[in-house]
Design a binder for this molecule. Structure first.
Ligand SMILES: [Zn+2]
Length: 296
């Protein structure tokens, strides 16, 4: 190997080393810059995450606070108010509580609501939870029209609701929640229950009387009736319904009249003007359970 070729080779090696060095400098610089950017990205990501987490926590806390405030507003009966409901059949002045069970129904309830509005009469609806879920808008209208929404359980199937005392309370609670949802007011409580088939007698008498105690422990009152039109007894004409009502009133001052607004009770609706007219003639004042609870 001559001197020239040694020198050329040396220059080549030098060039390669310099190139490698330059590449390394570039790579290092790139890595350094990338590192700075990565840290910045990581920091931003952490900050954003923290903001999201604290927003979620804040929202959860606010929701909890709102729920607690609504609970505070929730109307729960006092023992004194339960006593008022228990004494509903006693009154010095003539008064009447119109009650409609087993609704809401799409075919009959809106007609009854129209009529009550026209007559300027407020009533009480013992709704079934299963039907409230079907027609929440109708229940909302009942509420907004100023009628009392009371509780008639969820299923209306005796073997189901009277399978135990707890299932009576469960059906009350399920219906109560359905009503809150329907009227979009979580602070509302139905508070007054009517046993399907009445609170006394029949095959399930023992369960019913135990359930009554359980309801009372949970600050829930129950109400039956002391007059009726017989609209669930197969009475077939308007005249017969009015006559049955007159028979059951028996000169009493305080009336709780049982009627129904289920889908097949069109006769109840068509007889209602005569029922209202008769009660007015006899000097009865129409009342709701709101009025009863507000009484001094
Ligand atoms: Zn019923």
């Amino acid at each position: 190997m001559d001197l020239i070729s040694i020198e050329r080779r040396y220059r080549n090696i030098k060039r390669i080393i310099i190139s490698i060095f330059i590449i390394m400098v570039f790579v290092y610089a790139f890595l350094a810059i990338e590192h700075v950017y990565a840290s910045a990205r990581k920091e931003r990501f952490c900050r954003e995450n923290e903001a999201i987490i604290s927003k979620i926590i804040q929202e959860q806390e606010e929701a909890k606070k709102q729920e607690e405030e609504q609970k505070k507003l929730e109307k729960i009966l006092t023992d004194e108010e339960i006593e008022k409901v228990n004494s509903i059949y006693k009154s010095e002045e003539k008064r009447v509580f119109l009650t409609f069970d087993d609704g809401p129904s799409k075919s009959v309830t809106p007609l009854i609501l129209d009529l009550l509005k026209e007559q300027n009469v407020k009533a009480n609806f013992f709704v079934l939870g299963s039907r409230v879920e079907l027609y929440p808008q109708i229940v909302k209208r009942e509420y907004e029209d100023g009628h009392y929404i009371a509780n008639h359980g969820y299923s209306h199937t005796y073997s189901q609701i009277y399978s135990s005392t707890n299932s009576v309370l469960d059906e009350y609670n399920k219906t109560n929640q359905a009503v809150k949802n329907a009227i979009e007011n979580q602070a509302y409580n139905t508070n007054i229950f009517r046993f399907p088939g009445g609170s006394v007698g029949g095959k399930y008498n023992a369960i019913k009387s135990e359930a009554k105690q359980l309801l009372k422990q949970n600050k829930i009152a129950s109400v039956d009736w002391n007059a009726l039109t017989g609209d669930a007894e197969g009475v077939k004409t308007q005249e017969a319904l009015v006559n049955r009502l007159k028979e059951t009133i028996k000169n009493r001052n305080s009336l709780v009249i049982l009627m129904h607004d289920a889908a097949d009770k069109i006769l109840t609706y068509s007889t209602l003007p005569q029922v209202i007219e008769y009660l007015r003639q006899e000097g009865y004042q129409f009342k709701t359970f709101y009025d009863l609870l507000d009484e001094q």
